[in-house]
Design a protein around this ligand. Sequence first.
Ligand code: GDP
Ligand code: MG
Length: 610
Amino acid sequence: FSTDVIRNFSIIAHIDHGKSTLADRLLELTGTIDKKQSGKNEQVLDKLKVERERGITVKAQTASMFEEINGKKHLLNLIDTPGHVDFAWEVSRSLAACQGAILLVDASQGIQAQSISVFHVAKDRGVKIIPVLNKIDLPAAQPERIKAQLESTFGIDPSEALYISAKTGEGVADVLKAIVDRVPPPPEPQDISTNAPLKALLFDSFYDRYRGVISLVSIQHGVLQKGDKIMSCHTRKKYEVMEVGIMYPEETPTTALYPGQVGYVACNMKESSEAHIGDTLHRVGEKVEPLAGFKPTKAMVFAGIFPVDASDFLKLEQSIARLTLTDRSVTVQRESSSALGQGCRLGFLGTLHMDVFRQRLEDEYDANIIVTAPTVPYKVVYKDKEIIISNPTDFPDMADSIGKVKEVQEPIVKASIIFPEEHFGEMMDLCYSHRAEDLNHTFLDAGTGAQTRIMLTCIIPLSEIVTDFFDQLKSRSSGFASFDYEDAGYKQSDLAKMVFLLNSKPVDALALVVHRSQQDLIGRAWVKKLHGVLRRQLFEISIQAAVGKKIISRETLSAVRADVTAGLYGGHYERKMKHLQNQKESKKKMKMVGNVELPQEAFFSILGNK
Ligand code: GDP
Ligand code: MG
């Protein structure tokens, strides 16, 4: 293989703009998969059950195909990227192995928030961008208008845009030709002999039950073959290569991987933690400079996960460990709660990431869990140190620590929202009610005479968007608004810890960090919810929300005089015993806070767990 017949490319797009459908068509057109396989509109690259169900791509996947173009057989490596804002990091690492990207835009919807963010990631990476307008079969498609949008928003020359329907296949062959004609081949290595020093960029990995960790690599220099003794620049661990090959679209062994190629390597790696994304693999005994790596992932949302049945903890912990093998962007720590027992505190890239992980735990590991309210990493600044807090329980009580704590800060993000002009008022309201600042807006298709779309940017606390922001955005814009955000650091903020007390005993798993301007509202709402889900007991229960020593809200649940055996006539002994036994059983599942019983369902309904 000479590198001039290799092309490494990605498809980048806003969610639902047709990336998976186009990937299927490309694999079909090149004979990599047959029509029957993809005929049921099943997306070949979306492997996980959650991906199929939600129609989103979570993990980047890779596939190679061969096609004769311009009279030469080419090897085209497609590196799939996830479309959701939570996974922007995966987009960036996938692009590191590419020289080109197809920017796919739905011709009936136009540029959306993630079209913009993925465009910028691609531009920063310096890859060649091919603009492609999809869904031209739809009557609502307005490719001319979208072309103008591409020009005004990204400065893309309209003559470069291709028109396709990934659904019908129209124009898809031109996409393949454009990839070969416009995307540069991977850089030519100075020395292509098999004994040239090896440099392989590790850009993804997955776990295989039989072969252990399989790493996806992009060969930058040298040749990688079975039997090679290789080493990681990062861990200095040594491995013997058992198998190399390409994703065609599943793992297909080859004798070697050459410079510019993208493929997989199985080398008896036991733990996924050994496969560092961005690591450079080289041969034992050869000295190489490591390739420029990646920014490490940063957990933005944390939540506690507890087993419903406390005796399931070890099983849960094991399931979480297995699942994090396939998704290393999740961070895990043990956590214990007096109300919920042993559990784990997990860190995620965003709330969708959290939902997907939770769903996979339930689907693939049959886990029965309680997930606490999501929280963001707060920063507490002391005179001599700064601490990041990922669990509200650890947040200092400001009243006790005056003098010691200099200030508290919360993470903020720069948000961009794109929506049709008619929703301007609602979108401004939404932002203001979520503590947004620095609001700015621009018109996306100024001067085209068409119905105008607005791009609104603002700085907003991350904690505001991990709760109901996305749902409200969708409902207030009738589904027409799209949204994306990027990290914008930390900002001083007037925050406080809110705790909930049952007969004066705090329920640790329900602690929250709130902004003081919202404490009354949140306190009242949660106390009301608790009041609604608690069962009455033989004594009165006081339910309180407190910030520091101050009670924000209070409700009382009156006592009930319930003798469970009272309704049973005649003192039928056996029956009475059975009833008491049942009650004992159900008590076992009950969490106790002081003398108050907190039923499982209470946690479910308060925390919004299905
Ligand atoms: P992804 O989220 O970018 O991977 O998008 P998908 O490939 O899953 O496509 C989203 C939806 O758009 C699916 O229902 C597809 O069937 C549909 N779709 C994709 N391409 C086309 C197209 O060219 N025309 C039409 N009419 N629908 C399409
Ligand atoms: Mg998809």
